[in-house]
Ligand binder design. Structure first.
Ligand code: SF4
Ligand code: SF4
Length: 207
């Protein structure tokens, strides 16, 4: 019995010297500690809309929405803060490492859940043959930067880089030839269509 009483006395003296441990929030602003995990804030420059974070989000708080009726077609990546559990997996496993960052904002209480979101929207590159989604343009540009000279091994990457530098004209001047010709390889096409062109040119067979 003797030791706990001494310990309590020590705590009481410590509290008298240090003051109360509670803060005055919400009357006074609360400043969270540096490693605090608050609202995930996507970066409109660094997020390439690859959607990888949506695959690792344990709460399924990240929505990936494709707008194929828009011209150009776009992909939206949307963070829903009413579902988010602030675990930081989206930041930790982001493809570019800087596409999203958990900030210090924590006071998200509202009576209207529909306002609790933030998203980014990026242009999509579609297959010029079948219209299938290839990737967001920002993702292709990011890959070109990452690969450097190695990107010249892939036509979709070379062509996108040249168009960005205004060194190539837009070749999408109509539908690809039917059956596929070798010239169709010099278009932005998806891996499946590229495979069909190669098989047709080497074997004469249409898949
Ligand atoms: S770049 Fe990062 S934040 Fe943006 S969609 Fe991809 S994984 Fe998510
Ligand atoms: S912090 Fe966690 S729960 Fe919230 S969006 Fe990112 S991965 Fe999902």
């Amino acid at each position: 019995m003797r030791y706990p009483k001494l310990r309590e006395l020590k705590e009481a003296i410590k509290a008298l010297i240090q003051g109360p441990v509670t803060t005055k929030y919400p009357q006074a602003p609360h400043i969270p500690f540096p490693a605090f995990r608050g609202r995930p804030v996507p970066s409109s420059e660094d997020c390439i809309a690859c959607g990888a974070c949506a695959l690792v989000c344990p709460a399924r708080a990240i929505e990936v929405k494709e707008n194929l009726d828009k011209r150009p077609a776009t992909r939206e990546v949307i963070w829903h803060y009413d579902i988010c559990i602030f675990c930081k997996q989206c930041e930790r496993l982001c493809t570019t490492l800087t596409g999203v960052h958990l900030g210090q904002e924590f006071d998200l209480a509202t009576t209207d859940r529909s306002v609790l979101f933030e998203g980014i929207e990026k242009e999509l590159i579609l297959c010029e043959d079948c219209g299938e989604i290839i990737v967001p343009k920002a993702q292709l540009l990011w890959m070109i930067k990452k690969l450097g000279p190695l990107s010249s091994g892939n036509f979709n990457l070379i062509y996108t880089a040249q168009k960005e530098l205004l060194l190539a004209e837009d070749l999408n001047s109509g539908l690809p030839s039917e059956p596929h010709q070798r010239t169709d390889l010099y278009r932005i096409i998806c891996p499946k269509c590229r495979h069909q062109v190669l098989v047709f040119n080497q074997t004469g067979k249409q898949l």
